[in-house]
Design a binder for this molecule. Structure first.
Ligand SMILES: Nc1ncnc2c1ncn2[C@@H]1O[C@H](COP(=O)(O)OP(=O)(O)OP(=O)(O)O)[C@@H](O)[C@H]1O
Ligand SMILES: [Mg+2]
Length: 338
């Protein structure tokens, strides 16, 4: 994979929900790139804005919510400027699946083969014979690890994992080049989830698609993803290769998060860490860096001014004052070894 091959550029993206209690900036000035063909894991506590960010990438943010600032650049064009027609086409190229619940996106009275054939026919330039259609969907479904006899099943007869793969199949027929896999809050059991990881990897390897994998499960995403993005309270606090983020987590939030995951505890004699405090209420977020009230290293500047996202080492970005010039003479700026 060529790391320089940028697929989607997200710049200064802000998404605001207008609620009775006031505006909630669930995604707050977020900037990052998605590389072509990568699996980018997106992690962070419940309510930090992961799903909102995923939806915003498809411009699936509807009133009373809005994308209140920023650009999402795809093929050199800002999708914020797309009209409805181009937007439909763009969304067709994104296969989005919510782990656990693809039932809502499949037609309950249509069999699997009907779903798939219909999708091929919509895209075909010329009319194809039934035989050729059946051949194509059989090959596709088998590549996705589903036995072809399942083609005559209705969606409710399939397992959750199979339904997700059918969704992926539909996306692939649409030439989807981005799959957004958003795990629902209550997670699947560990074995099913681990199987999904393998399948997502296979799909990426076979079809060269780009995958944004949104999950709570950091240990799992470590196995799945090439890069990891960490969100806290609507902000992107750190992003880098899985190796960089696990080996040298820079943001104090990431450091706490990793130390609180049982399976990636650094050594046996290390106590599992419980991060102090709670994530903020986003109707009244803390000033400056949103993590500062929970941060063991907070300085005066942290409550006053939000830091920039800084590239601390090549490809390793962090949103924290500790790594950039700050006025606190007591705390030295941290140099990051490459
Ligand atoms: N429709 C909505 N109206 C108002 N606020 C919303 C709405 N949807 C989400 N929010 C708020 O936006 C913030 C981010 O929500 P989001 O669902 O994106 O988080 P998440 O990281 O996906 O959480 P989870 O891990 O639980 O799925 C939360 O504070 C949530 O309360
Ligand atoms: Mg979510």
């Amino acid at each position: 994979m060529n790391d320089k091959d940028v697929f989607i550029q997200v710049r200064d993206l802000t998404v605001t929900y207008h609620t009775r209690l006031g505006p909630v900036r669930a995604v707050n000035h977020v900037t990052f790139d998605v590389y072509r063909g990568e699996i980018l894991g997106l992690v962070g506590e419940s309510g930090c804005g992961k799903s909102t960010l995923g939806k915003a990438l498809m411009r699936m943010i509807f009133k009373p919510a809005e994308i209140s600032s920023g650009q999402i650049v795809f093929n050199g064009e800002d999708i914020m400027t797309y009209d409805q027609k181009r937007l439909r086409d763009f969304r067709g190229r994104v296969a989005s699946m919510i782990f656990q619940d693809p039932m809502t996106s499949l037609n309950p009275v249509q069999r699997v083969d009907e779903h798939l054939m219909e999708a091929i026919e919509v895209h075909a330039q010329t009319k194809q014979s039934k035989g050729s259609l059946i051949e194509q969907i059989t090959a596709l479904i088998e590549r996705l690890g589903i036995q072809s006899r399942r083609l005559s099943d209705y969606p409710h007869q399939l397992s959750g994992g199979m339904r997700q793969r059918v969704m992926v199949g539909l996306g692939l027929i649409n030439n989807a080049n981005l799959i957004i896999a958003d795990e629902a809050t209550t997670s699947l059991d560990v074995i099913v989830e681990a199987k999904l990881v393998d399948q997502l990897r296979e799909i990426r390897d076979q079809y060269g698609v780009t995958i944004l994998a949104i999950t709570h499960n950091i240990a799992l995403v470590a196995e799945l993803a090439d890069r990891l993005a960490v969100m806290y309270a609507g902000q992107m606090v750190e992003i880098g290769s899985v190796y960089q983020v696990f080996d040298q987590p820079l943001h104090p939030y990431t450091q706490g998060l990793l130390r609180s995951v049982p399976s990636i505890k650094l050594s046996d004699d290390e106590e599992l860490y419980k991060m102090a405090g709670e994530p903020p209420n986003l109707t009244h977020p803390p000033s400056g860096c949103r993590f500062h009230p929970r941060c063991p290293h907070a300085m005066t500047i942290c409550s006053q001014k939000d830091p920039d996202l800084l590239e601390a080492a090549p490809g390793h970005f962090v949103h924290c004052w500790l790594y950039q010039d700050h006025p606190d003479k007591e705390t030295p700026t941290i140099e990051v070894k490459e």
